[in-house]
Design a protein around this ligand. Sequence first.
Ligand SMILES: NC(=O)c1ccc[n+]([C@@H]2O[C@H](COP(=O)([O-])OP(=O)(O)OC[C@H]3O[C@@H](n4cnc5c(N)ncnc54)[C@H](O)[C@@H]3O)[C@@H](O)[C@H]2O)c1
Length: 308
Amino acid sequence: MLYNTSPDQLYEPRTTVVNPVGYGKVALVTGCASGIGLACTQLLLEHQFSVCGVDRSPFDYNLLRVADHGRFHFHLADLVKDVGACDEAVRICLQAAERDDRPRRVDLLVNVAGVLDNFASADTVTDSLWDHVLAVNLTVPVRMMRAVLAPMKEQAANKTTGNGQGGVIINVASTAAVSGAVAGIAYTASKHGLVGATKNVAWRFRNEGIRCNAVLPGAVDSSVGQSIANRVDGGLDAGGFTQAEPVLALQAHTQRPDTGSPSSTKSANTGTDITALEVARAILFLASDAANSINGVCLPVDKAWGVM
Ligand SMILES: NC(=O)c1ccc[n+]([C@@H]2O[C@H](COP(=O)([O-])OP(=O)(O)OC[C@H]3O[C@@H](n4cnc5c(N)ncnc54)[C@H](O)[C@@H]3O)[C@@H](O)[C@H]2O)c1
């Protein structure tokens, strides 16, 4: 097994001081029910954003602080299968904000929902796997961006409330967006494509108050990691996985801050150091005004794994 997995937990911030980075702002997060999307939702709520979360899986409200429930709205939808689901998600986000007496706007889109492939290569990938992975990881984020761009442009143009700022888009890509050695062909192509889409949106709308960036997490302790772990004994494309495994193991081989000792070869097969919360923190930074001049970047969150 390459990944440790722990259940998603209620996130309790260490400080009681309220950080108002997101005060008055509305965020839309896809894939909010688990892993990075859940951590992102929890962190944005802690920073006073109102959050509309979308997922095809039900959301467990016990994973939110009671104090944050009033600023969270969950929309259950399969963004691939449900016709018009991306436009509908944005419509519901705008509507929910208005109903709760918040500004009818969307200031932040975080495209997190994604699926892994089975490490199949160009010679073994099936049409259905290719279509599904590309649909979730690339087509849906592009549709979500298309759907938020209209309200974001309107917001930027609004002289009273806009201040020239339309909104921020953050796409969760992967080390596989810049490497051909860590996943199968479908996942790799989808994440490379997502980086291309990110750069295109960043450049095209740079003068319209919209920023678009990507984060590139390394292997994270989450259910995507769990799905690799579950497949190690079956379901993986053996040829593709055998080629990626030594590269994946190199990340698991990094220094563990809790023990101060490097993971042994044995423990390299049981753990990874990057948490969903750490990825969420990078997303929060890119969403904040502190990142106002940062547009079109692909920020690795991988403890230097990607430099190899
Ligand atoms: N876990 C990792 O090691 C890792 C590494 C790099 C990048 N990523 C990327 O991070 C993102 C989140 O991954 P995670 O590890 O948190 O995984 P996760 O499985 O915990 O979360 C993904 C969420 O997306 C939702 N989702 C999937 N397909 C959907 C659809 N069609 N409609 C609506 N919701 C859908 C799932 O229900 C799930 O809640 C993905 O884009 C993944 O590619 C993960």
